[in-house]
Design a protein around this ligand. Structure first.
Ligand code: AMP
Length: 216
């Protein structure tokens, strides 16, 4: 099964994608994570992307399409993938359609996680994740069970994203509304779009997504 999780920054796409990986054996393809790894590598593309990401703007379609084209053809995607953060523009969606058609791969679901802008800044500003296993937490909404220790792997180092600050978040939201929200009617027309309530608690959102996907 192949799906796209859509929604504004802070909607919970990454959290739900991780749950789908664990529950259904799908692979999470997060273009944000791929870009952060590229930035870490210090390559030229990474240096260009770093400045754009820190401003909360979108990296060029050309770079993003090439990145997904390489990744989606890897053998581990054959059992199904979850696109998290891609496509973010109409050009990316059209390129994705074209590559999937060429690969004879079907897109089964596009799931929109609906969340009001008002709560996103709060949600994003308190986020942090375990450096070792990537499990996501929040200062108020998803606390560690034991102070300083990852619930999942016992790791003791945590990171916060540089673009998770109030100023950059408002640019990211603007980019979402201007460039990514137009994809909702695009996928509605193609008949694959379903919406879930991203304001509900994490378990409830998982239940709603599972209801869309149907039995394992
Ligand atoms: P995310 O982790 O999905 O919130 O992405 C973090 C940042 O990476 C975004 O604010 C963009 O600057 C960049 N980015 C991630 N995915 C894409 C994409 N599909 N197209 C353009 N820029 C992207």
């Amino acid at each position: 099964m192949n799906l796209i999780l859509m929604g504004p920054p802070g909607a919970g796409k990454g959290t739900q994608a991780k749950r789908l990986e664990d529950g259904r054996g799908l692979i999470q393809l997060s273009t944000g994570d791929m870009l952060r790894a590229t930035v870490e590598s210090g390559s030229e593309v990474g240096q260009q992307a770093k400045a754009i990401m820190e401003r909360g703007e979108l990296v060029s379609d050309e770079i993003m399409i090439a990145m997904i084209r390489d990744r989606i053809q890897q053998p581990d995607c054959e059992n199904g993938f979850i696109l998290d953060g891609f496509p973010r523009t109409i050009a990316q969606a059209e390129a994705l359609d074209e590559m999937l058609t060429k690969m004879d791969v079907r897109l089964d679901h596009v799931i929109e996680m609906k969340v009001d802008d008002g709560i996103l800044v709060d949600r994003i500003s308190g986020r942090f994740s375990c450096t070792s296993c990537g499990t996501g937490y929040h200062d108020r909404f998803q606390k560690l069970q034991k102070e300083g220790v990852c619930d999942n792997c016992g790791g003791t180092e945590f990171t916060r994203r540089k673009d998770d600050n109030a100023e950059t978040v408002s640019s990211r939201l603007e980019a979402y509304h201007a460039q990514t929200a137009p994809l909702l009617p695009y996928y509605k027309e193609h008949g694959a779009l379903k919406s879930v309530d991203g304001m509900a608690d994490i378990d409830e959102v998982t239940r709603q997504i599972e209801a869309v996907l149907g039995a394992v």
